[in-house]
Design a protein around this ligand. Structure first.
Ligand code: KG4
Ligand code: ZN
Length: 329
């Protein structure tokens, strides 16, 4: 079964064709990062206009790379939220038009669910597959969620951030350190030449599975403003370690408490090498992490999730609307 996936929730226009929820036949991503970098962050109006320009060529490229035509597809999955309203509208409208014109089922996908399903794509060195029950840590630009998954489409959010998301914290820290946008990769690069020497606080938030990252960001800002940081490499390394220490420790505790079989990592921040290594090292359970290119926004993960939703008979009507604040339930 071949699903065309479409992703336009933020600043990547992406289309992909995935077979049986696992095999990537194509995955095309048009990034707007250079356009937004000028402004130091995403400008929503600019993003939606760029999606309009890019979406049709990207879909055509994905179909061509996969060597499928419309008759070879079994469904069209598109991200319906969470994300920027104007950006989501472009992908959802195109998916609706194509589904109507070709008589194909339309499948609205939750972007966060998509991130989790990147773990079902068989793009790894090993052929390990996710096994339920599992705990997934989703860390992206907008979310830091600890989710218990007991089966396909069955989620219990056990913890979430009380303020900044992990990716957002990386982006803000990079701005403080003058490292540019997007912040995550910039911090990771800068941290390579530094050490965790600043003694930044860890927000353990005892008694809850929730996270908080605004305190460590403020602590970093105070040190920079007070001229107390010797090098931006040390500052980046210290910040990265402070965030990752908490993410890893809390994920392992929650996985133990719930007696799950595996831990999954997902979302843009999951492409961070230190996070990947530390979680794999500290976890007593098998840890599954998608290839870095499948952690950041892409459409293969949307197609994979769409496949499982279609299998469960969860088809959307052509009156489906975008939901910018869509939750994982
Ligand atoms: O999942 P994603 O591509 O988009 C959202 O759904 O938000 O995540 C983007 C976030 C950004 O905040 C970015 O700074 C962060 O992921 N990120 C990273 C790395 N690569 C991307 N954070 C830390 N280390 C990285 N290597
Ligand atoms: Zn994302």
């Amino acid at each position: 079964m071949k699903i065309l996936g479409i992703e336009t929730s933020c600043d990547e226009t992406a289309a992909a064709v995935v077979e049986d929820g696992a095999k990537i036949l194509s995955s095309q991503i048009a990034s707007q990062v250079e356009i937004h970098a000028r402004y130091g962050g995403i400008v929503p109006e600019v993003a939606s206009r760029q999606h309009i320009l890019a979406i049709i060529p990207i879909v055509e490229q994905a179909m061509a790379e996969a060597k499928v035509n419309w008759n070879g597809l079994d469904g069209i999955a598109a991200t319906r939220g969470p994300g920027l309203a104007g950006s989501l509208l472009v992908g959802v409208s195109v998916a609706k038009a194509m589904a109507l014109a070709r008589g194909l089922p339309l499948i609205g996908v939750n972007h966060l669910e998509g991130h989790i399903y990147a773990n079902w794509l068989n793009d790894r060195d090993s052929d390990v597959v996710p096994l339920f029950p599992l705990v997934c840590l989703i860390v992206s630009g907008g979310h830091s969620d600890l989710v218990l998954m007991r089966g396909h489409g069955d989620y219990v959010v056990l913890g979430r951030t009380r303020d900044d998301a992990a990716g957002e914290a990386f982006d803000k820290a990079a701005r403080i350190l003058g490292l540019g946008y997007p912040g995550g990769p910039a911090i990771e690069r800068a941290a390579g030449g530094g050490s965790d020497s600043l003694g930044l606080p860890r927000a353990w938030m005892k008694g809850t599975n929730d996270f908080s990252f605004s305190g460590v960001k403020t602590a970093l800002l105070r040190l920079v403003e007070g001229g107390k940081t010797s090098s931006s490499a040390d500052a980046a390394a210290s910040f990265q370690m402070a965030v990752i220490d908490v993410l890893v420790a809390k994920t392992v505790v929650v996985a133990r408490e719930h007696g799950v079989r595996q831990i999954l990592l997902a979302g843009g921040v999951a492409s961070n090498k230190l996070l990947r290594n530390r979680l794999a090292q500290d976890s007593p359970l098998p840890v599954l992490i998608p290839a870095p290119i499948l952690c950041t926004d892409n459409a293969a993960m949307i197609a994979a999730c769409g496949y499982y939703r279609l299998q469960a008979g969860k088809i959307s009507g052509l009156d489906m609307d975008v939901i910018p604040g869509l939750k994982l339930t």
